[in-house]
Design a protein around this ligand. Structure first.
Ligand SMILES: Cc1cc2nc3c(=O)[nH]c(=O)nc-3n(C[C@H](O)[C@H](O)[C@H](O)COP(=O)(O)O)c2cc1C
Length: 177
């Protein structure tokens, strides 16, 4: 089985989580991690599982103008230790979903966001999950959030949690007889 993991990432947290999810899927599926920019060259729905994740910005999925300001801020203030990810110049998930064809198949959504009650922080995976369903895909697990601190650094243990979530996805993809 094949799995495509498409991520949007400004500072690299969501990319790191996407890589860890792929590690968890290995053995059950052949995972292919790609930035939303790379995914824009193809229609990656021709897989057994499409996993899509992005950062939470202003309580939901990122928007290009805010994204550009945040990249500018990171470049102008290196003391914050935030390095724009290689994928940070990409089109963003909102534009990508507009480009994506209708599809059938299995899918899952995740995000990275601040630690705290998601009613307060918001969570991008809600919008991602909604768009996956609108495209005709079936969500096989509940959307998941992976958490960062106030300095936008992943909390200890979140990569392990992402690997476990990848295993959960693998189990949902090929349930035991
Ligand atoms: C412009 C901006 C807005 C943000 N807004 C929120 C928010 O509303 N809720 C939240 O939980 N986290 C928010 N965050 C934190 C990010 O979701 C978090 O740092 C995320 O891990 C970044 O992912 P990335 O490293 O893949 O870009 C925001 C970050 C930025 C840069």
């Amino acid at each position: 089985m094949k799995a495509a993991i498409v991520y949007e990432s400004l500072y690299g947290n969501t990319r790191a989580i996407a890589d860890a999810i792929a590690q968890g899927l290995e053995g059950v599926a052949e995972p292919h991690v790609m930035s939303v920019e790379e995914a824009g060259q193809t229609q990656p729905t021709a897989t057994d599982l499409l996993v899509v994740g992005g950062p939470t910005h202003i309580h939901g999925m990122s928007r290009k103008p805010m994204w550009e300001l945040a990249v500018k801020d990171a470049l102008e203030h290196p003391e914050k230790g935030l390095v724009p990810d290689a994928a940070s110049g990409g089109p963003g998930l909102r534009a990508w979903f507009d480009f994506l064809d209708k599809a059938t198949g299995k899918a899952a959504a995740f995000d990275t966001r601040l630690k705290g009650n998601k009613l307060v922080t918001g969570h991008a995976s809600k919008g991602i999950a909604k768009r996956l369903k609108q495209h005709g895909l079936e969500l096989i697990v509940e959307p998941a959030s992976f958490l960062v601190d106030e300095a936008n650094q992943l909390l200890p243990g979140e990569l392990d949690r992402a690997r476990e979530w990848g295993k959960t996805l693998g189990a949902a993809l090929s349930p035991a007889p």
